[in-house]
Design a protein around this ligand. Sequence first.
Ligand code: ATP
Ligand code: MG
Ligand code: MG
Length: 557
Amino acid sequence: QEFADNHFIRTIIEKDLANGKHAAVHTRFPPEPNGYLHVGHAKSICLNFGLAYIYKGLCNLRFDDTNPEKENQEYVDSIKEDVCWLGFDWNGEPRYASDYFQQLYDYAVGLIQDGKAYVDDLTAEQIREYRGTLTEAGKNSPYRERSVAENLDLFQRMKNGEFADGSKTLRLKIDMASGNVNLRDPVIYRIRRAHHHNTGDQWCIYPMYDYTHAISDAIEGITHSLCTLEFEAHRPLYDWVLDNIPAPHPTRPRQYEFSRLELLYTITSKRKLNQLVSEGHVRGWDDPRMPTISGMRRRGYTPAGVRLFAKRAGISKSENIVDMSVLEGAVREDLENTAPRMMAVLNPLKVTLTNFDREKTQSRSAPYHPNHPDMGEREIPVSETIYIERDDFSEQPPQGWQRLSVGGEVRLRYGYVIKCDEAVKDGNGEVVELKCSIDHDTLGKKPEGRKVKGVIHWLSAAHAVPVQVRLYDRLFAVERPDAVRGEDGQYRPFTDFLNPDSAREITAWAEPVANGLAAESRWQFERLGYFVTDRYDHAAGSPVFNRTVGLKDTWQK
Ligand code: ATP
Ligand code: MG
Ligand code: MG
């Protein structure tokens, strides 16, 4: 049901199943393990695993690991953890493109034998020069007409480590005059002496993305290979590779493209997120302000909330620029229904209940969730001194003020109506205490002869427990931090637009229940927002909460 929205890829799949082109759907999610997954990947995960779920097919997790310098085991592990956390199960063991290195090599030898690939000695820069432009055809490399025998010999020696890094490449012999630059003899192998997280030092030549991807899809029996629109112009190369390697494979995969998610007020590029981490702008890939899956998790977002967001972002070929409020709204919607409530006071003002009476003044119990009696109840204790939120008192109340002011009344949530008789000030004229009286006839009933509209949250000072609270806000202060140009027309560094107020830590007060929670417990602090106990820094007895999201969208543009 979460994935049951219609989009063009579903239409294609339904046609392919109806006319017998495929018996079952087999998709894959193919991250490169060169960073942590972000919210854009979440969209792709929900699409690929979601389609397998809807059509009772399969979805592989495949690491596209052909760039050893940038990849490592930490990233592999985090990706597996994040996919699981989102609620998905891959088909058997994760796959690695590097598992296919031998087969990819054998196919390359076959292409050479067929006269469809050659070893080139041009440098990377020369290859770029020879490639031509959109309007101008490329030029053939002087090495293009090497004999099959010479190519076979050179390619094997490339593999054996006889040549320096970058000194030779293997290229497909397609068409240097093609209107599609991707078909102008693309490089499919390069020499790189780099340690690989999976294959160690076994290889010093590595296959390129397009070649590897098409063949990996065919080996795994993928039916629908879904990728983002930048790869549209690579599709003819994808098809060329599949048309020119030996059959049979379980399927003839097809590539389909959808638009990339762009989320406003943040950045969705692993490279730039890496920069935020390495330059110390955030505390790590899983900093609660990061749009990474692990950051969203630590911030308190729920898997169901992120999946709901992915569904709302939608799948199409048109621009997919989505405001942060859509993500926050989806998370809020899920938490509204699933998070128990407690009261917490972030910025306390002391209130003395002048007529508090040990015998007469009673406490009440309150449900943890208004619509879920199964979540249980707890007692809301009361004592002579209570804390209220400083913002809930005004010395000069504006028109329509429903909270506390001198002479005014307000109801304490789950408690009595109180009246403020006096505001006590310190030497600087700052209000440091309120003296209030309880109307003892109002517990669980309406006051006689008057209306009291305001209800505020509060805590008994004798029972409240101190909690650390991290108040997170958006990481960037502008919609598109990586698309702002300066007066010179150049892009300004996106780090210029970090929101200086994106993280603040305070000591606050909460109900006693806060002391006994496990890490990653999600709660609503009544009237304040949703909070989660920090995945790492929280411990029973010394609670640490992260603000996930407020109760309403309050971001000021
Ligand atoms: P980045 O530029 O952040 O490194 P990428 O596309 O290079 O992104 P991959 O690890 O190759 O990252 O991505 C794995 C899959 O996730 C790909 O199929 C890719 O199309 C998809 N994906 C990545 N970013 C987005 C996005 N912003 N929206 C939708 N899908 C995305
Ligand atoms: Mg990629
Ligand atoms: Mg990338």
